[in-house]
Design a protein around this ligand. Sequence first.
Ligand code: PXP
Length: 242
Amino acid sequence: MQKLRLGVNIDHVATVRQARGGSHPSPLRAAMMAAAAGADGITAHLREDRRHISDHDIESLRLELRIPLNLEMAATEEMKTIALKHLPHACCIVPENREERTTEGGIDAAGQFDRLKPIVAELVDAGIRVSMFIEPDKRQLDASRALGAPVVELHTGAYSNAKGVEQKALLNKVDVAAKYGTSIGLEIHAGHGLTFENVQAIAAIREIRELNIGHYLIGEAIFIGLEASIRRMRQLMDEART
Ligand code: PXP
């Protein structure tokens, strides 16, 4: 079975820094530590309101990081220009509502097809690996493929928030979507809301190639340290895979 990559999202290191407006703690330092602890990539979401990650963070990550950077971004002209300037390894296209606390749902790749098409095309043409952050839904998978994105990231937020029978049904939706997406030639990633407790069922879906995990890892770092938090997640993912 192919190795499951771990992308560590460092947004919430920046959230803590922004609480005081200074330069500590540094997302770049966290990214370097994550790489040393076994992260295969770093994810950072440059939001339109710059509430956590800043333009300078993206610049310094791009300069210093030796593992792939995945820039999460809304599909806007401003973000496209920034992506084309920095040329990260990957861009994950997410919906963005100003009032939301976090990315609340997947992007409507089908409903916003005409708006998204030229943006995805420009990023792909620039050699950036584009992924669409979508709900685990056949219509969204078909639309992502038709948009020309080589990758989709399946939103695991609903699965993560559910319990019991409902969670099982939502896990099945992710599984079915991962299999269908692979069958139409998409590379499958997943993420949102994953924890030590709920990661293994998702990691066991062998079509999934990468998980992007942030909030829980940074939260857990308060108790056990960032390195231990990432190593534990890595271990749980590897165990689920064998
Ligand atoms: N993937 C995407 C596209 C996201 O927007 C987020 C949240 O920023 C994550 C993964 C990580 O989610 P969490 O912080 O809940 O682990």
